[in-house]
Design a protein. Sequence first.
Length: 360
Amino acid sequence: MNKKIIFSSGGTGGHIFPTISLIKYFFNKGYDVLLVTDSRGNNYINKFSKIKSYIIKTDTPTNKNIYRKIFSLIIVFFSVIRSIFILNKEKPDLIFGLGGYVSFPISFASKILDIPLVIYENNLTIGRTNKLLLPFSKKILFSTKIPQNFPEKYKKKAFSVGNILREEIINYTPVKEIENSKVFSILVLGGSQGAEIFGKVIPPVVKVIKDKGFEINIYQQCTLNQKNSLIEFYNTNRIKNNIFDFHDNILDLISLSNLAISRCGASTTAELVQTLTPFIGVPYPYSIDNHQYLNAKYYESKECCWILEQNNFNFNNLYNLLMSIIKDKNKLKTIRHNMKKNDSKNVYLNIENMIKDILK
């Protein structure tokens, strides 16, 4: 009989995309797999009809007034009760939580029913949900290094396994060297975490660089309300562009880009590093526990990126940094060389090996 694993994570892209990738891997390896998520996460999984899923309505009491906090705790309580019913019905051999408050009820219920729990953290600081689950987990898996402030008493069950990325990202090989191209192409990734400032600062910088005689292509993610004005600006100034609020296959644009300007979510930065795409990291300043800044600093310490914090993300600083890179493309080659030391090609096998001894 195949071993059954229940995976659970929240519905944001940073949580659900790695979860789907991991589920597909274990499904193809012959495991019995299913997902517990919220309605947002379920929308992403719908296209994989072979994967069973449950929707849990839950909440988080974080950053709320006393009345809303109490209401949230009541919702969490009933979501734990529902999770117990799911576990009694499915009888899994293991629960695998990937963070986000949606993963808490099923992960907590696993303790009540004495089902092994493994949690995964892809940020450089452990998330609040995973922090609550530390005492109950058999193992805590990290995408990169174990945080310095990680509790000493749990370090024996903490392991670094790599970043969970889509297989097409892991297997991606740059088609050609583009440093010698006369055109300099910039990919801008804002995601859901505040792309609006990119739409204000980047276009005038690109225009001035173009006016100085450099040929620039821009592939820019933006908020929906900025899309038309950005297209009009770039077209008016004869700058080749592809402006989008969502793109089905970002690899198409990565393969054309010399450089990215990006927010610093764990999945996004890991994908850029894995695909050898040098980037300027602009951490979202309001990310929980400042995790985007920590993600960016980790890769900056390995000389894989540049950082411009949002309070310094202005015309002059971005212009000066871009011009220094465009004029000296050896900087890009150095970054790409450093990125090669940080691949996550074995992440799925590492995770499978980590849970095999629990599933015996």
